[in-house]
Every structure is written in structure tokens, then in C-alpha cells.
Design a protein around this ligand. Structure first.
Ligand code: BEZ
Length: 259
């Protein structure tokens, strides 16, 4: 999860990530709630939460992104912490997270959900969106083929669960799933090199230790393969699939009733 972010490039070229996250805020119910923005990144959505009347605070592992967040929104509180191992001084009314949870390895998901549960008051809301089953399937398929052609193995570095897989994790961690949906969101990318720029920004770990020339060759080959499905009328698209959920922290009473 802890990758070195190019904070400026992310903020300049990929602001659509938090623009789409704005609709997610509407799932939060109640006025003036205390909300923890888990994986707040550059703080753009923490600021949106504050503008919507919530008492919002951001948590992120990346010092580079936190610096941008603090400079951009000096009136808000941001603190450094790892989503899979954090505690809060006081419990929150809600935890919010956009486009973050798929960065967490599958074997760390349950620990992260336990931290979220502990950070909430009983009845507290966990509202999030992440990459879901089938997310970027065309992109990862093209990369895998380019790796395989060179005798290399490709490890897809994200966790994109189905509704059923994630609902089971949420329930095991002490949540009631209030709503969960998996849906396509083909998303236009910026500029004539949109897909290439996206790959360079987000697909890092499969190339760890690789020769830069070999990496460039693989990226260019994958982009070439994806022209057919992902370049439409001169605009590159990303084949996003979103998993959007609202889950409620169970109270003790609910636990007892279900046994
Ligand atoms: C996503 O938001 O689905 C995503 C973004 C970057 C890399 C992988 C997935």
C-alpha cells in the first residue's frame, strides 16, 4: 500500500478520482457528523466533506500527499497513519474512503476493517468506494500478455473483490451491510497519452527492479494493444468498475439478536 506518490502529477492529471468521489458523500446520513477520511490523499475530498458540513479529518500514509493536503487546506486536520494499523483518540460518527481500499493487499483487508470498526461509534457509518471485481480487466490483461511474451510473470497488484466477497468480510468485522453495488464506470483520461500516463502513475510494483527500457517497451506494447477497446474518438478511457458500499457498525444488541 505504501507507494511513493508523485503528488503534483496526481493532483494535476488525476483530479477526476476525487471528482467522482463527491457523489459518495451523499451516502452519509446526518448533519454535522465527525468523519474520518481514510486515505485522504491530497485532501480534496476531506475539504468537500467539510464544505458539506461534516467535521472532517484526514488520515493518509503518504507524507508527500499529506504535505499537499496541509498546504492546500490549512484549516483542516490531517494526520499520518496506515489504514491497516491505526487507532483514533475518539470514535467517529463515520469513516469515509474513496479509491483507496483496493491498494490494500487481500491478506491485510480484515485487519484494516477491524481498525475501521474500532474507529467508529456503535451505529457509525462506513461509506466507501473502491475498485471492484473486473476493475481494469482489459488493462491488466494487456500487461499480463506483454509480461508473458517476455517470459516474465505479472502479479496484479490490487484487490478488486465481488460484492459477496466484500460483504462477507464486512460482516465478519462487525458491520451490517446497508447497501452494496458493483457498476462500470468507463472514465475518460486526460490528453493524447492518457492511458500511458495512467499506467506510469499507478502501475509501479510489477516493474520493481526492472530495466527502465524494458518497462517502457512493455508499457508501449500494452498501450498499443488497448487502442481498440480503450481509445474512442481520440480519447483514452480507463475501464473502471466500482464497488460502492455503505456499512453500519453493529451495536452489541444487533450481535446478540443474530446469534
Ligand atoms: C481505481 O481507482 O480503481 C484504481 C486506480 C489506480 C490503480 C488501480 C485502481
Amino acid at each position: 500500500m505504501n507507494i511513493q506518490w508523485n503528488a503534483q502529477g496526481y493532483t494535476q492529471n488525476f483530479s477526476f478520482v476525487h471528482e467522482y468521489g463527491r457523489g459518495l458523500i451523499d451516502l452519509l446520513e446526518g448533519g454535522g457528523l465527525s468523519v474520518l477520511d481514510l486515505g485522504c490523499g491530497n485532501g480534496a475530498l476531506t475539504q468537500r466533506l467539510a464544505q458539506a458540513g461534516f467535521r472532517a479529518e484526514g488520515l493518509d500514509a503518504s507524507p508527500e500527499l499529506l504535505e499537499v493536503a496541509r498546504q492546500s487546506y490549512p484549516g483542516l486536520a490531517f494526520r499520518q497513519g496506515d489504514a491497516v494499523d491505526f487507532q483514533t483518540a475518539e470514535p467517529f460518527d463515520a469513516v469515509f474512503s474513496n479509491a483507496v481500499l483496493h491498494w490494500i493487499d487481500m491478506d491485510k483487508q480484515d485487519g484494516m476493517l477491524r481498525c475501521v470498526n474500532q474507529a467508529l461509534k456503535p451505529g457509525g457509518q462506513f461509506v466507501f468506494e473502491m475498485g471492484g471485481h473486473g476493475n481494469n480487466a482489459l488493462i491488466h490483461g494487456a500487461l499480463e500478455r506483454a509480461f508473458t511474451r517476455r517470459g516474465l510473470s505479472y502479479r496484479m497488484p490490487f484487490y478488486f473483490p465481488t460484492v459477496g466477497q466484500y460483504a462477507a468480510r464486512l460482516e465478519a468485522a462487525g458491520f451490517r451491510v446497508a447497501s452494496a453495488a458493483l457498476f462500470d464506470r468507463p472514465t475518460p483520461l486526460n490528453g493524447p497519452e492518457g492511458l500511458y500516463d495512467w499506467l506510469r502513475m499507478f502501475i509501479k510494483s510489477p516493474f520493481a527492479g526492472a530495466d527502465p527500457a524494458a518497462r517502457e517497451e512493455i508499457l508501449r506494447e500494452a498501450v498499443g494493444q488497448l487502442r481498440g477497446p480503450l481509445l474512442q474518438e481520440g480519447v483514452w478511457y480507463c475501464d473502471y468498475v466500482r464497488l460502492r458500499c455503505k456499512a453500519i457498525k453493529e451495536t452489541e444488541i444487533n450481535h446478540i439478536e443474530r446469534k
